[in-house]
Every structure is written in structure tokens, then in C-alpha cells.
Design a protein around this ligand. Structure first.
Ligand code: WT7
Length: 633
């Protein structure tokens, strides 16, 4: 197993070694895995192209390390502990042996349906074990998975299928989520009607057993296809730098891009970070509440925990069903030791009152984690006192889809915690701050743009089908640096506090969204001339979505129009992108070169109507007053 530091001195040693001799440090970690062939060179890199390769020439299969490797020692230990949506439905479990068999069987079903190494397989599924099993089945045979969060619309799904020219979709019939029953297969059908010509097969997992239409020749029941196969499937030999998966994420411009992660480095780093951040011990029960549709689910429900031989909980439901005590009920029932969730969930549950958390025995908890957005002080203290009872350190983990794993975080019981601070870098991670000119911001008690100056094993390698976009987005702002898009503070003791995005990306309930993407969706409404979307502080969601819209024809019923706009956004992206506030305006404040002055719109949206800065250089300063008036109305 990879190193697990236990004391501050061990952390400091590991950190120093990882900076002095990164190749030696990571080679040592990598050597704890099963390789089919050892690598020739630990690292080759430049951030100019960019071109980053870890464990060059090494051959492996990540599923052998997630599964086969554990069979001898912990074959009968629970690997996946499934908690269904309905609390009265009993848990189901997969031991490492059972998971291994299920993954092999599914891998054979994929092969029998023409899926080969390098093919892309798209997922649109609820949080059921068959999702994790099928994802691992792809990895088993070298197919590249592209999991799409099942809350996205048919249009968004179609865009992603086309971008990666996927050959297969794996979905379920329906999804039980809280009190809702969501017609998952129907969304897939709608997406495939939008010209996804590359799709040859659709696997439909029978989940609720509800009626669905099956298209002859294309659609097949997952269960029948899998059951017909043997449970023996050799693992495909993969190069360390072969693609493992694509995961789409939003940026400040254009459509979401497919972030690419590769096999070797991702394996080493997700296991290493999981073991250290959560201080997982043999026999512990670990629960991350994320959805596998996001990177958190990939790295810290599936790969990291399984690589480390952990028991990982998969939860199908939502935090508030059947009541706001659900998370704590599950922690109590399953005796969860490490719990990892998002600030938005913490704030939502905090707002429901302490009685929901006080009802349950949470004494099994040893570490509680937070991820996805800055956690505000009030939520941090509530989480610490009410959930952690003051003796489970909070790990406020900062990372991104692109980083593949947690880069900045406290280590529980090892480094101290401070509210709202993600604290110190993981061994192997070299963050720095620069100013807008790219000049290094040195010393402590300073603020700047957060960059990373040296590669770490699980960093993105490219954006699918468009390497130039990867270079432009992450490696062109500052020479020889990976730019995160976040601003950060470094306190007197060198801890990092993440302030938030400095680009046109907003973070709504921990979901990352490009303002341009939402604007493009709104603009699909036939009566919209132009729109501008900004984020504003929101008590529960962290940021809410505020849309300023210029319309063509006057509307009689503004509320009806607002509803139409919401429907268009739901159709184009999904419910998570619905604006919280819509303001109709006659114009948008623009610079003389025609650029929207978002700074002003952001201030107005957050309720600040004075101190708007210099507006005299605007093309149309008069609209500012109108925008303010409308916002106050
Ligand atoms: C953005 C990445 C990585 C898991 C889920 C989100 C923000 C993430 C924190 C944190 C403050 C955070 C950043 C980052 N973020 N974690 N602990 N404190 N902000 O992944 O969708 O790729 O979003 O989420 O702004 O850039 P993502």
C-alpha cells in the first residue's frame, strides 16, 4: 500500500522528499501497486505544450489493483455497501470477491457487444452498484468511460455523446431519487434522437422495473447481457498513459470540455490521497455522498477507496428524503467512520434544525470532509460541533475535476484545522500564488491567483479531442504554471484559504457552471435578444444564478416568460442550471469595445448598488441606473 503518514513529522518529511525528489517519491508510491510491466522513466513533462507523462512505459490495469490484488487478503470483506433510496429497503453488499466477479462478467458483456480497448462508453445512470460495476468493467477491458450526471438534460447528454463519439450508452430504466421516479431511459432515447450516430448499443439496467420502450437491435437489457457471461475476464494491458476516462466540466467559455485522465498516475494519486486524507484504517466504513457523475465520485467513491481496499458506501438517495435526518441515520446505521460531503448539503441540513442530527448516534465518525466549494464559517462550526462533536477533524479538501485528486487539505489528527482553510498541500503538490501579471506572490499573509508549478500524477493530460483548448485554458495564462482558475489567500502560517473562482465560472450547490453556457441556453428562447449571467451569494447554494435578459417583443405576463426561460434552460442543460433570479433589462452595461461589464452586474446581483467603480468609460452608463432600479424592485 502507498504511504500513510501518521504524524506531523512524517507529513513534513514526505512533503520535503516529494519536493526534493519528486520522481523518487512517486516511484516509491507507484511500486506498491501491481504492474504488468514496470515503467522505464518516472516522469517526463513540460507545461508549455503541455505534455505530462508519469510512469512512462509502465503497463497495468487499474481494476487488477482495485480488485484482484485484494482477493487473497480481503476477498470476503465488503467492498461496496449500497444504501438504497428508500430507507426501508435493506442494504445490499458486494464483497471484493463478488465485485470482482460482477466486474468481469460485465466486462465480458461489453466485449460480446463489440466494445474494444479505446472505445468510449457513455454512462447515464443513478447511484446504484451497477454503475460502479460497469465503470470498472470498462476499465477492465480498456474502454474509456464518460459518466454523465443523470440530472443533465437530453441535449446536454447528446452533446457529450457526440463530443466523445461514444459507441455505447449504459443507463437504467428509471431512477428513484427521493420521492421522484425519473424516466432515465426516456432521456437517453431523446438524446439519441438528436443525431448521436456513433451509438451502436444501449444497455438498460433494470432498476425499478418500470415500463420502457426498447428499440430492437439497439437496446439490450444489462441484466440479461451480463448474466449470460462468465465471471472470468483477463484484464487488458494498459499503458500508464492510456486514457482511463473522460469527464466533462464547465469552463468560462463555450461548451463543457472533456477532461482526460490516464491510468497510471490517476491510480497512484487517488489511492495515496484517499489513504492520507481520510486516514482510512482496515475495517473502517467510508462514505462519500457525491454522485459518480462528478469527479468526487470517480476518485473517492470508486477508485481511491477500492484501490485502498476500503469499504465504500454508495448512496442512491438524497439528504432530505424521507426527512432531513437521512444522512445521520445512515451514519448511525452503517457505523460510518469517514464521512465526506459538500457545504451546500451541510447548509441545507443545518437550516432544518439541530433535532435531525441530535437524534442519531454519530460516535463512529472519526473524520468528516467537505468538498466542492468554500465552506463558510457558520457551516464549518455547525459541522464541527453537531456532526463531528468537536472530535472529528474536518478535512476541507480543495481540488478540481482537472486535478483528479485532492491537492490541498488538512490531514486529520496530523495538521491542525482552521475554519474555511483548506490548509496545506498534499505531499507531491507545489501550489504557488501569482498576481495578475504572473509575478510570484511570495511570503505569507498574502493573496493571489492559485497555480501549481510542478506536475502531480493525477493531473489532467488533455481535453478530449482538443489539446489546444487544454493548453489555452490551463497553461497559457502564466508561463510554466498550471492555472486553477481560483483565487486564494495564504495565512501567516502558510495555510491556504480558497476564495473562489476568478473566471466566469460559478459554483452552484457545488456544481460548476460556466456563465456563458447558461447564457447560451437562455438565448435559445426565441424572444431573448441577449443575456448576461452572474453568480451572487446564496445562503444554501453558495452561489445562486442571476440572469439579466434583454427581450425582443414586450411580454404581457413577465412571470410566464420567466417560466419559459427556466424551461429552456432545463431543456438545454438541466435543472441544476436554472437561474434563481431573472431580471428583464433594456440594455447591458458594456465597454466601448462591446464587452459586458460583469463586475457591475455581479455587484448589483449581490445587492451592492453603490461603489460600482468607474462607470464613465461605459458605452451606455445610463443602463446602470435602470439595472439597479430593476434589481431593487
Ligand atoms: C472548483 C472545482 C473537486 C471536487 C468537486 C468540485 C471549487 C472545490 C473546494 C474547497 C473552496 C473549492 C473551486 C474549484 N472548490 N473544492 N474545498 N474550497 N472551493 O470539482 O466541479 O471541478 O470544481 O470547485 O473553485 O476550482 P469541480
Amino acid at each position: 500500500m502507498t504511504l500513510q503518514v501518521k504524524t506531523l513529522a512524517e507529513y513534513q518529511d514526505a512533503y520535503q522528499k516529494s519536493v526534493d525528489d519528486p520522481e523518487g517519491f512517486w516511484a516509491e508510491q507507484a511500486s506498491t501497486f501491481q504492474w504488468k510491466k514496470k515503467w522505464d522513466k518516472t516522469l517526463e513533462w513540460n507545461f508549455k505544450d503541455p505534455d505530462v507523462k508519469w510512469f512512462v512505459g509502465g503497463k497495468l490495469n487499474i481494476t487488477e489493483n482495485c480488485l484482484d490484488r485484494h482477493l487473497a487478503d480481503r476477498g470476503d470483506q465488503v467492498a461496496i455497501l449500497f444504501e438504497p433510496n428508500d430507507p426501508t429497503t435493506p442494504n445490499t453488499t458486494y464483497t471484493y470477491k463478488e465485485l470482482h466477479a460482477a466486474v468481469c462478467q460485465t466486462a465480458n458483456a461489453l466485449k460480446a457487444n463489440g466494445i474494444e480497448k479505446g472505445d468510449r462508453v457513455c454512462f447515464y445512470m443513478p447511484m446504484v452498484p451497477e454503475l460502479a460495476i460497469s465503470v470498472l468493467a470498462c476499465a477492465r477491458i480498456g474502454a474509456i468511460h464518460s459518466v454523465v450526471f443523470a440530472g443533465f438534460s437530453a441535449q446536454a447528454l447528446a452533446d457529450r455523446i457526440k463530443d466523445a463519439t461514444c459507441k455505447m450508452v449504459i443507463c437504467s430504466d428509471y431512477n428513484s431519487r427521493g420521492a421522484k421516479n425519473i424516466p432515465v431511459k426516456k432521456v437517453v432515447d431523446d438524446a439519441l434522437d438528436m443525431g448521436c450516430d456513433s451509438i451502436e448499443t444501449v444497455f438498460v439496467h433494470k432498476n425499478t422495473g418500470g415500463e420502457v420502450e426498447m428499440k430492437a437491435g439497439r437496446d439490450k437489457w444489462w441484466n440479461e447481457e451480463v448474466d449470460a457471461q462468465s465471471t472470468d475476464c483477463p484484464a487488458e494491458e494498459m499503458d500508464a498513459e492510456d486514457m482511463l476516462f473522460i469527464l466533462y466540466t464547465s469552463g468560462s467559455t463555450g461548451k463543457p470540455k472533456g477532461v482526460v485522465h490516464t491510468c497510471g498516475g490517476y491510480m497512484v494519486y487517488t489511492c495515496f490521497s484517499f489513504r492520507n486524507v481520510f486516514q482510512y484504517k482496515e475495517g473502517d466504513v467510508y462514505w462519500c455522498t457525491a454522485d459518480i457523475g462528478w469527479i468526487t465520485g470517480h476518485s473517492y467513491i470508486v477508485y481511491g477507496p477500492l484501490l485502498a481496499g476500503a469499504t465504500t458506501v454508495m448512496f442512491e438517495g438524497v439528504p432530505t428524503y424521507p426527512d432531513p435526518g437521512r444522512f445521520w441515520e445512515v451514519c448511525d446505521k452503517l457505523k460510518v467512520n469517514q464521512f465526506y460531503t459538500a457545504p451546500t448539503a451541510i447548509r441545507a441540513l443545518m437550516a432544518k434544525g439541530d433535532q435531525w442530527v441530535d437524534k442519531y448516534d454519530l460516535s463512529s465518525l472519526k473524520v468528516i470532509g467537505s468538498v466542492g466549494e468554500p465552506i463558510n464559517e457558520e457551516a464549518w462550526h455547525w459541522y464541527d460541533e453537531k456532526v463531528g462533536k468537536g472530535n472529528s477533524p474536518i478535512v476541507d479538501t480543495w481540488w478540481q475535476t482537472e486535478t483528479g485528486g485532492i491537492l490541498i487539505t488538512p490531514l486529520p489528527g496530523i495538521t491542525d484545522t482552521k475554519p474555511c482553510f483548506a490548509s496545506y498541500p498534499m505531499p507531491g503538490v507545489q501550489p504557488i500564488l501569482v498576481d495578475s501579471q504572473g509575478v510570484l506572490v511570495e511570503g505569507n499573509d498574502v493573496e493571489g491567483l492559485l497555480c501549481v508549478k510542478f506536475p502531480w500524477p493525477s493531473m489532467l493530460r488533455t481535453t478530449y479531442g482538443d489539446h489546444e483548448r487544454c493548453r489555452m485554458t490551463y497553461f497559457s495564462s502564466f508561463e510554466n504554471l498550471y492555472f486553477t482558475g481560483d483565487g486564494a489567500r495564504r495565512d501567516v502560517e502558510g495555510r491556504y484559504r480558497i476564495i473562489g473562482r476568478v473566471d466566469d465560472v460559478i459554483n452552484v450547490s457545488g456544481h460548476r457552471m460556466g456563465t456563458a453556457e447558461v447564457e447560451n441556453a437562455i438565448d435559445e428562447h426565441p424572444n431573448v435578444v441577449e443575456s448576461a449571467v452572474v453568480g451572487y451569494p446564496h445562503d444554501i447554494k453558495g452561489q445562486g444564478i442571476y440572469a439579466y435578459i434583454i427581450i425582443n417583443e414586450p411580454v404581457e405576463d413577465e412571470d410566464a416568460f420567466r417560466k419559459e426561460v427556466l424551461a429552456v434552460v432545463v431543456r438545454e442543460i438541466g435543472p441544476i442550471a436554472k437561474p434563481d433570479k431573472i431580471q428583464l433589462v433594456s440594455g447591458l452595461p458594456k465597454t466601448r469595445s462591446g464587452k459586458i461589464m460583469r463586475r457591475i452586474l455581479r455587484k448589483v446581483a449581490s445587492g451592492e448598488t453603490s461603489n460600482l467603480g468607474d462607470i464613465s468609460t461605459l458605452l451606455n452608463p445610463e443602463v446602470v441606473e435602470e439595472v439597479i432600479k430593476g434589481a431593487l424592485a
